[in-house]
Write a protein that binds this ligand. Sequence first.
Ligand code: PGA
Length: 253
Amino acid sequence: MRKQIAAANWKMNLTVDKAQSLLDEIISAQIKFNEDRQAIFAVPFPYLQMAQQKINNVDNFFIAAQNCYSKKSGAYTGETSAEMLQSLNIKYVVLGHSERREYFEESNQFLAEKLNITLENNITPIFCCGEPLSIRDAQTQNAFVEKQLQESLFHFSADDVQKIVIAYEPIWAIGTGKTATSEQAQEMHAHLRKVIADNFGKAVGDKISILYGGSVKASNAKEIFSKPDVDGGLVGGASLIASEFVTIINSLK
Ligand code: PGA
């Protein structure tokens, strides 16, 4: 079975005390995992080490960074390198979130560079893609999202591309309370899996985990995750509430 993942994206939220309590509360729920399930917490940079220490002894819990820079090291004030993350034993990094694409003008090409350096440092990228409302209204979302993959991922070998986790996040569903229907999610996920299979072979397409993101909450997670090509979710708002996120983790296939 493909890896099933509930990934929390805390974004720029929580002070350190609140972050600690949130993790404590989720850990104390003592969720029973089967081998193929994971919970990942994408926390703000200042909390990486604290979070890493907290989940150290919890099976199937991992910490992610929310971003990293495309360069190895050097005079890039304010940036964080993949090598730094690796030195903290961080296993995942979220790349290409629509908020980074929009507010920080991150292009598909720039994201390709970030993906390169991330994989070079043995960190698994959670690569976000997804269309804005205007594209969905024009019903050209499949081509739009396919292009995001093409320009950021298609230079990789099959061996490398299968290390990547994809998160499909329709922008019109992020933080809006307007979730894609489980059918809309399934349709896009199946399309993306086919795009990967056509370019890298069926075995690779079958192996890659594709998460859905956009207003996932305790009340809709099970229905969305039940779809055959949906391998879990990337969760913003609802991941800041312990009981919500615990239910979301327990909704994984
Ligand atoms: P949301 O955010 O769950 O608050 O819609 C999802 C995301 O941006 O990853």
